[in-house]
Design a protein around this ligand. Structure first.
Ligand SMILES: [Zn+2]
Ligand SMILES: [Zn+2]
Length: 581
């Protein structure tokens, strides 16, 4: 049973408890545990009881439920709760604006058990007379059902970021003196996101009228003086809020989340006799304002160092902020090189020279050209002779370009049996070898793990590319035992990649953190297939930041010579020959 499956059950228990109107602390305990399980880089099912109990947010009772779940595939408590409600009732919770209390009411007094039944009831006027469910709410419910059916999907954060910055540019045209902030999971740099949230500080109220006239608006969901919501093309729900300057920091903090992080901060304020909300931090007794104009001041008032948005996921950041041990997170400008890209020799769109000049323009001082190997026939993969000829060509180009060093490398396929796709004596003549899985994704965990571990035994493999093969919102990671992968990487001195392609971001933040904790070096790569793709490195850096990664954990922050020494091939006393331009 994987972590997501365990977290799903814990979350469902929380939902069911909420419908039953149980103790909020109990509900929150299950939510916290679910998120701890989701975020854990370790496979929860493999942990011993003491190890399980060491995870913050997992107490004795919940540890017992998890144990039962892992051992029997079910948890009795969960089953008992489920038995109290028909299965469709939980779907109702996914409707916008329908909380557990409404669900309890709908089920309790009208026996509504599914989205379909709710729709029928709303259309037939059968909800009238229920507390708080007038004609207006009826319309909202019907709209929510419609939305839910059409826009159940989420978005890749970088795609949403592009939409959000487009909206901000549009708003800025008429409001040049307003400060705009994109908040929510976008600001935290999560892999995917639901809505887009934008704050406008110091704007006139007529900004709202301008906002709802954005050319991509499909529907105005609500328009008010301080908040408006629209549905943009491709299903992006976008909320705009007006904020006064004295509350900007508090609003930034509040709307950036995450929810769990905010709950913890609010509790911290409460314990001091204060009140924290989106308007500021106040004395609870007399409402005196203590902070709120900047985030920094807000955190400082709570005796915390300012926590970067990427860390606000309740993964230990509040303790670290208290103790002054927050990491110095890596920044895009720390990257000196990029070790994974393709050219026209295989499936890239630009040739070696064009890529090199673009990399130089992007401020990189070295790059590795790593085209595909022969197994990827549809990408025109190279065999040994072609790979070596390509390496010669790369070195010729390198000799002609100043200011950027080219390494001749390869992205070598790992065949289904774990053999590398090119012979050792070919790999030995290259400067860097990335080994990646591009086929037979459906192998069992045992097969897949042994496959990659076997590939790592080759002394010329320096990096494992996109180690779990996930494609966000499209394909789950293949069944690889990440713990064992990381242990083997540590043993062999192989680096693991954080691939920056926006649908990959692989390793994930949690796995990158685990790898670093186990002494594995990381590389952050663009996997560029054209000159435009170097910009994507920022998303790999974002993933690294979310994984608490510092510059020193990442090989391609090193100057060239140090980088070469850091690659596995030279650690084993065997140096490749790069060509310096
Ligand atoms: Zn690849
Ligand atoms: Zn690639």
């Amino acid at each position: 049973m994987d972590n997501l499956a365990i977290a799903h059950v814990l979350n469902e228990i929380a939902d069911l408890l909420e419908i039953r109107d149980e103790n909020p602390f109990r509900i929150r305990a299950y939510r916290n545990a679910a998120s701890a399980v989701t975020d854990s880089g370790e496979r929860i099912a493999d942990l011993t009881d003491p190890a399980l109990r060491q995870i913050p947010g997992i107490g004795k009772d919940i540890a017992g439920r998890i144990r039962e779940l892992v051992e029997s595939g079910q948890c009795r408590y969960h089953q008992e709760l489920l038995a109290e409600f028909p299965p469709g009732v939980l779907d109702l919770l996914h409707l916008q604006g329908i909380g557990p209390k409404t669900v309890a009411l709908l089920y309790g007094s009208r026996r509504i058990q599914s989205v379909d039944e709710l729709e029928q009831a709303a259309r037939g006027g059968a909800l009238r007379g229920l507390r708080g469910l007038g004609p207006k709410k009826e319309q909202l419910i019907l709209k929510a059902i419609d939305e839910w059916r059409r826009h159940a999907g989420r978005h890749l954060t970088p795609d949403a970021w592009e939409v959000a910055t487009g909206v901000v540019d549009y708003l800025r045209d008429t409001s040049p003196h307003t400060t705009f902030d994109i908040v929510g999971s976008l600001r935290r740099g999560a892999d995917t996101c639901g809505d887009i949230d934008i704050l406008a500080c110091g704007a006139a109220p007529d900004l709202m009228a301008h906002f709802v006239r954005h050319p991509h608006v499909e529907r105005v969901l609500g328009q008010g003086d301080t908040k408006s919501s629209v549905r943009l093309r491709k299903g992006y729900q976008t909320d705009l809020r007006l904020v006064v300057p004295e509350s900007r920091g508090a609003a930034l903090q509040y709307f950036t989340g995450s929810k769990l992080h905010n709950i913890e901060l609010r509790d911290r304020a409460l314990r001091r006799g204060w009140k924290l909300n989106e308007y500021g931090l106040f004395q609870a007794s007399d409402g005196t304002r203590l902070a709120g104009d900047t985030e920094e001041a807000l955190y400082a008032a709570l005796d915390l160092a300012h926590i970067p948005p990427e860390l606000r996921e309740m993964r230990g950041e509040i303790d670290a902020a208290k103790e002054g041990t927050l990491p110095r997170l890596i920044e895009l400008s720390d990257l000196r090189g990029d070790l994974h890209m393709h050219t026209t020799a295989t499936d890239g769109r630009d040739d070696v020279e064009t890529m090199a000049r673009a990399a130089k323009a992007a401020g990189l001082s070295y790059i590795a050209i790593t085209d595909h190997s022969q197994a990827l026939a549809m990408a025109n993969g190279l065999d040994e002779a072609q790979a070596l000829a390509h390496a010669r060509r790369i070195r010729e180009v390198a000799a002609q370009i100043e200011g950027v060093t080219l390494l001749a490398g390869i992205e070598c396929d790992i065949r289904p049996d774990g053999q590398l796709d090119l012979a050792d004596d070919c790999l030995a003549q290259l400067d860097i070898v990335i080994a990646s899985v591009h086929s037979a994704f459906n192998q069992s965990p045992e097969e897949m793990t042994n496959r990659v571990l076997r590939a790592m035994e080759c002394r010329y493999v320096d990096v494992i590319g996109h180690p779990t093969g996930r494609l966000l919102l499209r394909r789950d990671p293949y069944a690889i035992h990440v713990e064992r992968l990381i242990a083997a990487a540590a043993q062999h001195g192989v680096a693991l990649e954080i691939n920056s392609l926006i649908e990959r971001r692989d390793l994930s933040d949690a796995h990158a953190r685990l790898a670093r904790d186990r002494g594995v070096k990381l590389v952050i790569s663009s996997d560029a297939h054209s000159v435009r793709a170097f910009g994507g490195l920022r998303w790999g850096v974002m993933t690294a930041r979310r994984g608490w990664i510092e510059a020193k954990d990442v090989l391609n922050t090193l100057p060239l010579e140090a980088l070469r020494r850091g690659l596995r091939r030279s650690r084993k006393g065997k140096r490749g020959k790069g060509v310096k331009a």
